[in-house]
Design a protein around this ligand. Structure first.
Ligand SMILES: [Zn+2]
Length: 286
C-alpha cells in the first residue's frame, strides 16, 4: 500500500484498488505520472475517451499492485498489435489472456482483457514540470505524425515570438513554421526552454519542410543557434531529448523516425549544421 500526503485523496477499498479524487487544475497526465501508471491505463480503467474532459471531484480508479487486468473495447482501426503497443504488453499475452484463436478475427465492440504492469512507461525526467504539464494538456492526433525533423534557426540570437512574426510577414498564415522552438538562452527565454507553438497546440501541419506532404506528417522542432558555427548548448540537447522521448511515446515513433532537415533533404540544406550530432541524440533517446 502506498501512502500519499498532501492534496492527494487516496482511498483503498477492500479489493486493494486505489481511488483518486481529481483536484482543480489536475490533468490526467499529471495524475498518471504521480502514480507511475500510463495515461492510457487510467483512461481504460475509468472509461475516459477524451482525457481533456476531466472535472474536479471526479473519482478515478488507480491501478495498483504488480499485475492488473482491465477490459478494453475494440475500436475501429485497432489491431491486436496496436492495442498491445498502447498498453505496453505483448501480443502473445493478449492472445493467451483472451484465448484468441486467430489474431485477425477480432471485431469492433469486442471486449478484451488486458493484463498490464502498473508502471509500463518510464517517466520523462528531462523536461521541466511546467513543460510537461503544458504538453499533457494537448492530445496528439494518433497515427498522423510519422517523423520528428530537427532544425536550427541559423541565427545566434532569437526567440519564438520573433520567428512567429517573421514567418507571418513571409506570408505564412499560421505564423511560426515549427511545432516547437528550444531556446539557447538568448533574449528573454531561459537556456533549454521549450516553446510550444500553436501548430502543436492545434495539431496543424508544419511549415518547415519544402513539400506539403512532408509538412502534413513531420513534427518540426527548431533549436535556436547557428550550428554551422558552434554546437547547441547542453540544456538545449537535454530538452530536445526529453521532448523527443515525450513525442515518441505519444505518437508511437521510434528513434529512427527522429531525423534532421539535412538528412531528410540532403541536397538543399545544411540545417541543422555540422555541429549538431544526430547519432548522439538517437543514442540518448534509444
Ligand atoms: Zn531546417
Amino acid at each position: 500500500m502506498k501512502l500519499v500526503l498532501g492534496i492527494l485523496v487516496l482511498v483503498l477499498p477492500a479489493w486493494g484498488q486505489a481511488e483518486h479524487v481529481v483536484q482543480k487544475n489536475e490533468t490526467l497526465g499529471g495524475i498518471a505520472k504521480r502514480y507511475g501508471v500510463s495515461v492510457q491505463a487510467l483512461q481504460a480503467i475509468n472509461g475516459i475517451s477524451n482525457p481533456n474532459f476531466l472535472f474536479a471531484g471526479k473519482k478515478l480508479k488507480i491501478p495498483g499492485g504488480s499485475l492488473q487486468k482491465i477490459t478494453y473495447t475494440i475500436r475501429k482501426g485497432d489491431s491486436l498489435g496496436s492495442i498491445a503497443n498502447r498498453f505496453g504488453v505483448t501480443q502473445s499475452a493478449l492472445i493467451t489472456f483472451n484465448q484468441i484463436k486467430s489474431p485477425n478475427l477480432i471485431k469492433i465492440g469486442q471486449k478484451l482483457v488486458i493484463p498490464f504492469k502498473a508502471n509500463p512507461t518510464k517517466p520523462t525526467t528531462l523536461l521541466s514540470s511546467s513543460t510537461m504539464s503544458s504538453l499533457n494538456k494537448i492530445s496528439p492526433r494518433t497515427g498522423r505524425w510519422k517523423r520528428i525533423v530537427i532544425h536550427h534557426s541559423a541565427t545566434p540570437v532569437d526567440d519564438a515570438m520573433n520567428m512567429h512574426r517573421v514567418h507571418k510577414a513571409r506570408g505564412m498564415r499560421n505564423g511560426l513554421a515549427y511545432h516547437f522552438v528550444i531556446s539557447n538562452g538568448s533574449r528573454k527565454a531561459y537556456d533549454g526552454e521549450v516553446h510550444i507553438g500553436d501548430r502543436w497546440k492545434k495539431q496543424l501541419d508544419g511549415g518547415h519542410m519544402k513539400k506539403l506532404s512532408d509538412n502534413k506528417t513531420s513534427i518540426g522542432i527548431c533549436l535556436i543557434g547557428n550550428f554551422e558555427l558552434r554546437a547547441p548548448t547542453a540544456m538545449q540537447m537535454k530538452s530536445l531529448a526529453g521532448l523527443c522521448e515525450y513525442l515518441m511515446r505519444h505518437c508511437r515513433l521510434g528513434p529512427s523516425q527522429v531525423t534532421t532537415h539535412k538528412v531528410h533533404h540532403p541536397n538543399h540544406t545544411v540545417c541543422p549544421g555540422k555541429y549538431f550530432s544526430l547519432p548522439s541524440l538517437r543514442k540518448r533517446i534509444s
